[in-house]
Write a protein that binds this ligand. Sequence first.
Ligand code: AHR
Ligand code: AHR
Length: 517
Amino acid sequence: MTVRARLRHTKRGLLVLAATVTLALGGLLASGATPSRAATQEPCDIYAAAGTPCVAAHSTTRALYAAYDGALYQVKRASDGTTTNVYPLTTGGYANSATQDSFCANTYCTITEIYDQSGNGNNLTDAPAGGAAGGPDILANAAAAPTTAGGHKVYGVFISPGMGYRDDSTKNIATGNASEGEYAVLDGSHYDNGCCFDYGNAETNNDDDGDGTMEAINFGNETTWGYGTGSGPWIMADLENGLFSGSAAGYNSNDPTTNYRFTTAMIEGGANQWAILGGNADSGSLATDYSGVRPSGYTTMKKQGAIILGIGGDNSDSSAGTFYEGVMTSGYPSSSTEASVQANIVSVGYANYTLPSNPFTSGATISLKATTPCCTSDYLTGDYPSSDEVGADAVTSSSSTTLKEDATWIVRPGLANTNCISFETDNGSGDYIRHYNFELYLEPNDGTGQFALDATFCPRAGNSGSNYSFMSYNYSYKYIRHYNYIGYVASDGGSNTWDASSLWYEDTTWAVATALS
Ligand code: AHR
Ligand code: AHR
């Protein structure tokens, strides 16, 4: 039996159960108890019971139906070009990330497909070229966004500029002026002011087809079209040729900066009526940041029903963000339905994934030893081989104080995201490691946003299966690597000589050693 057939079968059963379960869940909520993870209702069961069913349901972290046991997503590895699917650990449960971890050992994996759990086949795959940018887009690094859900290690979809997913040929997604709802759980610390980190309804031809031809959740601090209070990020609606924070273009004081580590973002869209809802995906209820009429020029929508993730409608791809789960519904969900969905999301308990023995606490001083067999006496060292470069140099306890300081790093909160880190040299100069043209340099922080991005690295499980690797924050498919003893950020295969696949996973894996200085 195919997954889809099995799903249809179980969904029929669920509809019968739905009313009873709604009552049971209502009772739980009324009594103040937290719905247990054995919940018989997941977000799409809640939407179905309310008559606004999911018509697309995407998540790399969990099943969004209690009865879903099909594949959640597909990964592809660089070593031999083969793919595998990641399934839930149990029916209706969390993603079995161990499948990915073993399949991707000693190589690099991308997320090639995010399956639609709704039975409509609205799977997200690599976005093609569009009016604003060429393609196909870069695929997300499958290991870039480890997190925990329900206590299980799972992975989100970490979008850097250039990355994006799309489905131009969908089934049952709202078109024209029809009503829909959309929610996404996002990383509120990972965003930028590029256009446009979106999830939702877009054009089927990858072009800007005019006002009202899309309706997607947007998350970021792009202020060209609309914005709210504070410095962002804001939850807005991308309605095409505009990100809207309220009834009109520009500033709307109702739309707050929303930057919870795990953020619930919702857009609802009906006939001359739409809403923005947002909140903390880990606690509490949702705020209604806007509910009212459409902006002028958007009164009658012309939705086309494609689905995008991480890009704008015309494949504008200069934005960043992290996606954990999201759905699109048929019909305008009621506020009580959205409240139940938020309660379900909260019950997941999304939390940061902590690396084993995490040596990267703020202020720690460490040295980083190469693990490639050639080079196990070499450490990541500043001012090597030339004064502002960073490379892998042989350092011993009898080396000069200067050399030992150059091979010692003070862990700082990431200049662009404090959930990642920056490396300040211990040589007293205050300089940081940054990449420029993908080479590593030791430079003073010039205070620019570009420097912050280039100097931020996210510690991850080592690409060789042990120790640690350091992912570039703005080029999340590249990691700190030594190549011919010079330091780079490198991908597993690519256009630069230092992207060579041979030894990539070892060259990008570093052992943490006691600080040399
Ligand atoms: O509406 C904002 C953006 O404008 C859309 O995402 C894109 O299609 C257009 O460039
Ligand atoms: O290292 C790659 C890019 O090169 C950096 O992001 C930028 O500063 C430079 O253009």
